[in-house]
Write a protein that binds this ligand. Structure first.
Ligand code: SAH
Ligand code: SF4
Length: 356
């Protein structure tokens, strides 16, 4: 490139993490930089984990110097990182450009690393047992703020796990922010970047039926998890208010169709609330739902949220519920509670902290 790039104030350049490679190539083309430079930059950032354009030694010097005026490589600052006693779980509180805070969690198990990412600041859907729901919705996250959560967690953990899964099970309802979520998935998927396969990504929804259909149309092939939590509409109306709009039968139909279109089993998530949805009759109805579509069942014992009235069932009651399901449901797992001691477990992301 012959001419120096214009130097703009750094807050005028868009974040790198929200840019598809094609978009970066377009921006570079304006300055006569060939498209393969975008491939090289993707590889530096997402594969070699370089955050400083000056270190990208196979780029011409002017591009190294001026790249940050085309795109900003800065990541959100970690306001706080908490580590579980066994070292397997980390909860990250990231501060975004406008000061909003978002929480992400990394969970290592013997088999794999999982990054749990947020899709919104807060959530509008007000499920009755969820800390994020208590906050209400502040705003949607942008694609770059979703991708940056993954990169920030990977950096912190020194990219020790080159293979990992991503679950959209942090703060917010991902299907209420589908445009940014699908854009982030495209970026994470790029082979010149992180190269994350669709089979390693799961989107969890409380049940936005039209958006499940839309997700199918996008053809991203990501896994779908449905937050069921009740086996009658009467109870689900109370626990997951969005059920009043799209009741259980409609939700399961949409999940079945989605599963067929991507050739994957749907996960039915079931948060177990003591004395509320943990009866043997519930287990039997849940098993029949699970059999009616290609699915697996994931039981999540309730994680306490201060101020909410619900109780986690006793270990015996959890075991009894699972035992009742095993012979009748296709695949049942009980989620071990990762990060409960630091308010990092499912449904506990909402600005809670151990010293709060
Ligand atoms: N908004 C999406 C994804 C985020 S929550 C959704 O609702 O599916 C991830 C899972 O944790 C959901 O199944 C959610 O219902 C569940 N959950 C929420 N609060 C919980 C709590 N206090 N204890 C256990 N699970 C909870
Ligand atoms: Fe929102 Fe999911 Fe929490 Fe419901 S469970 S309030 S949809 S984040």
């Amino acid at each position: 490139m012959s001419n120096a790039l214009p130097i703009l104030p750094s807050d005028a350049s868009p974040s790198f993490y929200g840019m598809r490679r094609e978009r970066l190539a377009e921006k570079l083309a304006v300055y006569g930089v060939p498209a393969y430079r975008a491939d090289q930059i993707f590889s530096w950032v997402y594969q070699k984990h370089t955050r400083d354009a000056g270190e990208m030694m196979n780029l011409p010097a002017p591009l190294r110097r001026d790249l940050t005026s085309i795109c900003d490589l800065a990541l959100p600052a970690a306001a706080k990182v908490m580590r579980s006693a066994d070292g397997d779980t980390h909860k990250f509180v990231l501060t975004l450009a406008d000061g909003a805070r978002v929480e992400s969690v990394s969970m290592r198990s013997p088999k794999r690393m999982t990054f749990c990412v947020s899709s919104q600041v807060g959530c509008a859907l007000k499920c009755s047992f969820c800390a994020t729901g208590l906050m209400g919705l502040t705003r949607n996250l942008r694609a770059e703020e979703i991708v940056a959560q993954v990169v920030a967690m990977g950096d912190y953990l020194n990219w020790e796990d080159d293979r990992f899964n991503i679950v959209f099970m942090g703060m917010g309802e991902p299907l209420a922010n589908l445009a940014a979520v699908s854009e982030a998935i495209h970026i994470l998927h790029d082979d010149h970047g992180i190269g994350l396969g669709a089979r390693r990504i799961t989107v969890s929804t409380s049940g936005l039926v039209p958006q499940i259909h839309e997700l199918a149309k996008l053809g991203l092939q990501v896994g779908l998890a449905v937050s069921l939590h009740a086996t009658t509409d009467e109870l689900r109306d109370q626990l997951v208010p969005v059920n009043k709009r799209w009741p259980i039968a409609e939700l399961l139909d949409a999940a079945r169709e989605y599963g067929h279109s991507v050739g994957r089993r749907t996960t039915l998530e079931y948060t177990l609330l003591g004395g509320v949805n943990d009866s043997m009759a519930d287990a039997d109805r849940l098993a029949s739902f699970a059999r009616a579509l290609p699915s697996k069942v994931n039981i999540i014992p309730y994680n306490p949220v201060p101020g909410l009235p619900w109780k986690r069932p006793s270990p015996e009651a959890i075991e009894a519920f699972a035992q009742r399901l095993y012979p009748h449901a296709p695949a049942v797992t009980v989620r071990d509670t990762k990060g409960g001691e630091m308010w990092a477990a499912c449904g506990q992301l909402g600005g809670l902290s151990p010293d709060a």
